[in-house]
Write a protein that binds this ligand. Structure first.
Ligand SMILES: *[C@@H]1O[C@H](CO)[C@@H](O)[C@H](O)[C@H]1NC(C)=O
Ligand SMILES: *[C@@H]1O[C@H](CO)[C@@H](O)[C@H](O)[C@H]1NC(C)=O
Length: 624
């Protein structure tokens, strides 16, 4: 009986799909750019897997590794796949087949791979790698939640080419690019979440409700600030005309077979029926409609989380009464919601559910919605794990660059690519300065600003401190050494950039400045009486025969000018100046005496007549 019910449900789904839009399920793709070897260079398409964390909005560089054994990745890898320091992260290439895609990805991640490329095993258009269907997975498929590396399916022909290059010892380098995986036209992201109120479908329902709970805060913030326009949606099926009066349709459908949902237990005689699920889904659509009309569409997130906590199926509380209580506690007009739901037993259309059925059909790039849950961002289906960080990353990549809200730029959105090999950016490990900065779009290599000092350079191989305070930080990247109480530095504060060894040293100024041996290099202290001794950064010079060394003239001199041993002209000049100075002094003394004499004479003359005798001056001196 269970089997029969399931078959008819699947059949309903098939009728809707084949009747209106066969084959418009869209495989979401991103770009895979091969950068080496030359003969394989180019941009190829690959399909984003529906698990793990695709780096929406970002890129990732890696080197392909094809394991020697366990090539289908169905067993854990015993030797590490992770890359060695200083090399590209490893993208492990795995063959399709023999086990679930998710198991391959999980084994690759545990082995240390940064991403997994799955090579198709047949020639066909790219498919979407999905998680195992409920019921078919093993009981231990909780690992699916833990997959956080991105995955991509590549065509058989590309896989074969990569393998042949690898086997001939060539390195295959790849750039995975998700920057255009989602359109990012403007400053607002439109997104839809296709879900169901059914909470009894195993791990898939659990992860769905956990996502809603975890994402609620971010979703409400984005909506309240006008950054997003969110719409929840619910899939319904219809019952083929000939079966409207059958037991299956009666228990799974409302409004005379117009809107149906699968039975939660896949057994319509037991527990809740598909009809209960459709009605609750309808209440949730109506709740959104009423909340939206009152200007608070984000209250849907509160209603859905509160309902799942307060009214779960397993506690037999999945009822209208319980739902009404939740609606009332959120301050929403219950009557409006009930009017929107209408009478499920009436043979009439429900405009809200008609609208849901119409929206299910794809348009443009989007494709039909056939998988639950499905997230659609800017009219494209999201692929990847349903987790807050992964989904927020995808939504953030839907904003035109630089218009993304601050929630996209917080630390928990970072990709942590800088942790591995410093993201390939410049760094000064000794000074703990790096140009690598994590963002949700992936890492950027940008010379930093540290303590108001701007570093400039390409960010990859070179960054240099510039400006007035630059020597304060890591000595401006220049050489500096202290011996005893002496320090020499190659950083000059008033130069905006560059390093220069101080006098007495030679070198590049960055890594080293070597002491210059002034004695050996015959740069100073070379006179016959000079005795030269090199010191660190300078030299000492002494003179024989009781002479003195003068550093400014770099020579030995005696106590008297006569013992000039070199630089004779200078000493002649000094001698002349000395003679001239002595003469000048004598003349000055003479002038002073003459002046005093004449002054005294003038004073004395007032008291007595004087003759012109010189000795009066002596007398007068004693008198005054
Ligand atoms: C929500 O409300 C806005 C304006 O009030 C309206 O434009 C929009 O169509 C509504 N959305 C739905 C799904 O009813
Ligand atoms: C390096 O700097 C970062 C932040 O600037 C800091 O968190 C980290 O602890 C530093 N590491 C060392 C070894 O100093």
């Amino acid at each position: 009986m269970t089997m029969r019910t399931k078959q008819s449900f699947l059949w309903f789904g098939w009728i809707l799909l084949s009747g209106s839009c066969l084959g418009s399920f869209v495989v979401e793709k991103n770009n895979l750019k091969i950068t080496s070897p030359n003969s394989l260079k180019g941009i190829y398409e690959c399909a984003i897997g529906n698990f793990g964390v695709p780096k929406y909005g970002g890129t990732m560089i890696g080197s392909v590794v094809y394991p020697k054994t366990n090539q289908n990745g169905c067993k854990p890898f015993d030797s590490s796949l992770s890359s060695k320091p200083g090399t590209f992260p490893s993208f492990v290439l795995i063959d399709r087949g023999e086990c679930y895609f998710t198991l391959k990805a999980w084994n690759a991640q545990k082995g240390g791979a940064a991403a997994i490329l799955v090579a198709d095993d047949r020639t066909e258009p790219l498919i979407t790698m999905d998680t195992p269907e409920e019921g078919t997975g093993s009981s231990k498929d909780d690992y699916i939640e833990k997959i956080n590396i991105p995955s991509a399916l590549i065509s058989k022909s590309l896989g074969d080419k990569i393998k042949s290059f690898l086997s001939s010892g060539e390195m295959v380098n790849v750039n995975l690019d998700w920057r255009e995986a989602l359109p990012h036209p403007d400053e607002r992201v439109e997104y839809e979440f296709w879900t169901s109120s059914n909470d009894e479908c195993g791990p898939k329902c659990e992860s769905e409700i956990n996502f809603v709970k975890g994402f609620k805060g971010a979703a409400q913030l984005l909506e309240q600030k006008g950054f997003s326009k969110f719409t929840p949606h619910y899939i319904t099926w219809y019952c083929p005309e000939a079966f409207i009066l059958s037991e299956q349709c009666k228990s799974q459908c409302i409004n005379n077979g117009r809107y149906c949902a699968p039975d939660p237990e896949l057994d319509y005689k037991r527990g809740y029926s598909g009809k209960d699920v459709v009605i609750q889904n309808l209440r949730q659509v109506c709740f959104f409609k009423v909340a939206n009309e009152s200007g608070k569409p984000w209250q849907w997130w509160d209603y859905v989380t509160d309902f799942s906590i307060r009214c779960p199926m397993r506690e037999n509380k999945y009822t209208e009464e319980c739902s009404d209580q939740v609606i009332k506690s959120l301050g929403i007009d219950l009557k409006k919601v009930k009017d929107c739901v209408g009478d499920p037993d009436a043979n009439v259309d429900n405009p809200v559910l008609n609208n849901e059925q119409d929206s299910q059909i794809g348009n443009g790039d989007r494709g039909d919605v056939t998988i639950l849950p499905t997230l659609i961002i800017n009219n494209r289906q999201y692929r990847g794990k349903l987790s807050k960080a992964a989904v927020l990353k995808a939504i953030c990549s839907g904003f035109q660059e630089t218009t993304e809200p601050s929630i996209c730029l917080t630390p928990d959105m970072e990709t942590n690519e800088c942790l591995q090999n410093n993201g390939g950016c410049w760094q000064d490990a000794a000074a703990n300065i790096t140009a690598c900065r994590d963002t949700f779009r992936g890492r950027v290599c940008e010379c930093p600003v540290i303590q108001n000092v701007q570093f400039v350079g390409d960010g990859y191989t070179h960054c240099e401190a510039t400006g007035a305070l630059r020597c304060a930080i890591n000595n401006g990247g220049c050489w500096k050494e202290t011996r005893g109480s002496t320090t020499f530095s190659a950083c000059i504060d008033d130069h905006t950039k560059g390093c220069k060894c101080p006098p007495g040293f030679q070198g590049d100024g960055v890594n080293s400045c070597k002491d210059l041996d002034e004695c050996k290099e015959k740069l100073a202290c070379q006179c016959p009486e000079c005795q030269c001794k090199n010191t660190w950064g300078s030299y000492e010079c002494s003179c024989t025969d009781g002479l003195f060394y003068t550093r400014e003239n770099d020579m030995c001199i005696g106590k008297y000018a006569a013992s000039v041993t070199g630089g004779g002209i200078v000493w002649m000049v000094i001698l002349i100046l000395a003679v001239a100075g002595a003469g000048g002094y004598a003349f000055y003394k003479y002038r002073i005496r003459r002046y005093m004499d004449s002054e005294i004479r003038a004073i004395m003359a007032q008291y007595m007549p004087l003759d012109n005798q010189p000795e009066t001056s002596i007398h007068a001196q004693g008198d005054v």
